[in-house]
Design a protein around this ligand. Structure first.
Ligand code: NAP
Length: 479
């Protein structure tokens, strides 16, 4: 079955809708600047309509058996995979992600739909031995209700499926507000959801340039029982405050400041490979990208030399070319931020070993900075760009202290071949996820999420379904 993925309308209550005043906003390619399309600029009123349609659809959706919901999710998964080539081209054009990574994101994003199609059937409850012989104590799991999802541009598909697949599996209708940079991939996904057979009102996508207006409605509306947000820590804090009056359940997947520690006993070639993969994925614009490289003094020069050589080999260019590994930054603002980080680091004594310049349009050369220190902004702020600052350390305790010296706690990585050290360091790192001799760790099978100011709750895996379930206790008396 071939479905047209190019949509210029939003999807509310099973209908493809325009804004009441026909207002639209444009979507441009960050790689070429070309106009790719335009989508409806909906507001708080249309968001309310979407929420109300979801609320109306809830009783019938939750009344279906888990197996029936699972069949629709399974169909959606198959349709996403059948359309992956077209979806990937659209994603690359609107987000600037290189085509091989877009294809990878579609497989990754679809895997959450497949996984939760299965997990839908495993929302098990419990039977508790009673405290008196005439009672029976039972625990059942029920979906929380209408779930809202606010998602970022850096994973235009996977950040949606990672939230809505468990919600839909648990019997919860969804209202999605995708990033204004990448609404076309979100609408393509909605077209596939419609074809998969979600009933009207169960799956809604509200496109908007008014993030505050639409966000306020999603947070304040009491019919929304759960908000799941992926984005910056600053916006996450704001949404949490806005959700306080209605005490909404929250999942927050926020920013990171990932350390990557190379110990003196590491396999240096493996560490270089892991660092390049983790740092330059989507041009450094993922929340789990390496932000700081911490290298033991005895291997500092050797690592730096090999790492800089590998970075020099990275190919930038046309994002639709399968040979190209690094695309543009998402916006002029993001590029200016990257430049400012490099200028600040150099002013504080960093050495530019590789890159360090703009290379046309929104492209910035993959960059390596040696002799980084905690005095630099780059040590504390999330970079979200292709700059790798390399710090030096002398002891394991110092490396752990440096790694933990941040308000963030999303992903951390380290390379060592000492099994005792691997356990010690993995336990001491204050992060939600730790890669040990591995730079790429995301999978639908494992819980994704952060501690400290990187967020609340987990996505993916069997833990990801819990975020959309209520635990209800039933006490049967007079038995
Ligand atoms: P962002 O500015 O926080 O935006 C994310 C989403 O929130 C977008 O849909 C955005 O809409 C919306 N938004 C912005 N301000 C809002 C407001 N006041 N009220 C309601 N919604 C609002 O983040 P970003 O720059 O797009 O994404 C990068 C950030 O996401 C990084 O910090 C990264 O680490 C984080 N991230 C985290 C994870 C994770 O799983 N932990 C995964 C990916 C990314 P507009 O597009 O219209 O602005």
């Amino acid at each position: 079955m071939s479905i047209s993925l190019r949509r210029d309308r939003a999807y509310v209550n099973g209908q493809w809708v325009t804004a009441p005043d026909e207002r639209v906003f444009a979507v441009h390619s960050p790689a070429t600047g070309e106009l790719i399309g335009s989508v409806p600029d909906l507001g708080p009123g249309e968001t309310r309509d979407a929420i109300e349609s979801a609320e109306r659809a809830w009783p019938a959706w939750r009344a279906r058996t888990a197996k029936e919901r699972s069949a629709v999710l399974r169909r959606w998964f198959e349709l996403i995979m059948e359309h992956r080539t077209e979806l990937a081209a659209l994603m690359s054009r609107e987000s600037g992600k290189v085509i091989t990574e877009s294809l990878g994101e579609i497989a990754y994003g679809a895997a959450f739909v497949e996984w939760f199609a299965e997990e839908a059937k495993r929302a098990y409850g419990d039977v508790i031995p009673p405290y008196s012989s005439d009672r029976r104590l039972v625990v059942i799991k029920q979906g929380v209700g209408v779930a809202a999802a606010i998602t970022p541009w850096n994973f235009p598909l996977a950040m949606i499926t990672r939230k809505v697949a468990p919600a839909l599996a648990a019997g919860c209708p969804v209202v999605i507000k995708p990033a204004s940079e990448t609404p076309l991939t979100a609408l393509a996904l909605a077209a596939l959801a419609e074809a998969a057979g979600f009933p009207a009102g169960v799956y809604n996508t509200v496109t908007t340039s008014d993030n505050e207006g639409v966000g306020s409605e999603l947070c304040a509306n009491p019919a929304v029982r759960k908000l799941s947000f992926t984005g910056s820590t600053a916006v996450g804090r704001q949404l949490m405050a806005q959700c306080a009056p209605t005490l909404k359940k929250l999942s927050l997947e926020l920013g990171g400041n990932a350390p990557f520690i190379v110990f003196e006993d590491a396999d240096l070639d493996a560490a270089v490979r892991g660092a390049v993969q983790s740092k330059y994925r989507h041009n450094g614009q993922t929340c789990v990208c390496v932000n700081r490289l911490l290298v033991h003094r005895s291997v500092y020069s050797a690592f730096l030399e090999r790492f800089a050589a590998a970075v020099a080999d990275l190919r930038t260019g046309d994002v639709l070319d399968p040979q190209v590994q690094v695309g543009p930054l998402i916006s002029e603002k993001a590029l200016a931020k990257v430049q400012a980080f490099v200028e600040d680091a150099v002013a504080h004594g960093a050495r530019v070993v590789q890159g360090g310049t703009r290379i046309g349009g929104l492209f910035y050369a993959p960059t390596v900075l040696a002799d980084a220190t905690p005095a630099m902004r780059i040590a504390h702020d999330e970079v979200f760009g292709p700059i790798a600052p390399v710090f030096v350390f002398d002891t394991e305790a110092e490396a752990i202290a440096m790694a933990n010296a941040t308000e963030y706690g999303l992903a951390a990585y380290f390379f060592s071949r000492d099994v005792g050290r691997c356990w010690r360091v993995a336990e001491a790192l204050e992060y939600g996820m730790v890669g040990i001799n591995e730079g790429l760790i995301s999978t639908e099978l494992a819980p994704f999420g952060g501690v400290k100011q990187s967020g609340l709750e987990r996505e993916g895996s069997r833990y990801g379904l819990e975020a959309y379930l209520e635990t209800k206790y039933l006490c049967f008396g007079g038995v």
